[in-house]
Design a protein around this ligand. Structure first.
Ligand SMILES: [Ca+2]
Ligand SMILES: [Ca+2]
Ligand SMILES: [Ca+2]
Length: 181
């Protein structure tokens, strides 16, 4: 069973993934997101570029297999939510599969490759995903757990995990996609 905070976050994740804004998830959404990640930098090394495209394509495949009950190549909000509830309940690796993309997103944004994101790099990720930029400052403050003014990959991935698993609206990553209180 999904808690209220989880339900609200999964709804927001759906809205974010539907980057084409046609009300369903399809391969095109994941291709578009991969392109936006690649565009986070001016010069992307071919290896990272291929990894980004591969990770987003694999994410779509995982979601399609878990959620596309009708088998029509599109995932409705209802299918997505039902698959998340099932996955979180029955598949111990579900969250890992859902947040794998956060690592590659981090690396795409970490242009100088020092394993840390600045405030403006986090803001660029928000822009790329089309999430309200006003949220990025608040998110940054919350997910910078050690308060060093940067977000490490551990802090980032842990926040992404909160989105799927936390039912505490005050958890660092719980409000990454908007207030859930
Ligand atoms: Ca779509
Ligand atoms: Ca960096
Ligand atoms: Ca930090």
């Amino acid at each position: 069973m999904l808690g209220q905070v989880q339900k609200s976050n999964i709804d927001r994740v759906f809205d974010t993934l539907d980057i084409t804004r046609d009300g369903v998830l399809g391969a095109d959404d994941f291709r578009t997101m991969a392109q936006r990640m690649v565009a986070l930098r001016e010069h992307m090394e071919p290896r990272l570029l291929a990894e980004i495209q591969g990770t987003f394509a694999a994410w779509w495949e995982t979601i399609r297999q878990a959620a596309d009950v009708e088998g029509n190549g599109h995932i409705s909000r209802e299918e997505f939510t039902a698959a998340a509830a099932r996955g979180l309940d029955q598949d111990p690796e579900y969250v890992d599969k859902m947040i794998r993309v956060s690592e590659v997103t981090f690396r795409a944004a970490d242009e100088e490759g020092d394993g840390l994101l600045t405030r403006s790099q986090v803001e660029r990720i928000y822009q790329a995903f089309g999430v309200d930029e006003a949220l990025s400052a608040e998110t940054f403050r919350r997910i910078d757990l050690n308060g060093d003014g940067t977000v490490s990959i551990e802090e980032f991935v842990s926040a992404a995990r909160d989105v799927w698993t936390s039912n505490d609206p005050k958890a660092p990553g719980a409000a990454m996609f908007g207030s859930v209180a």
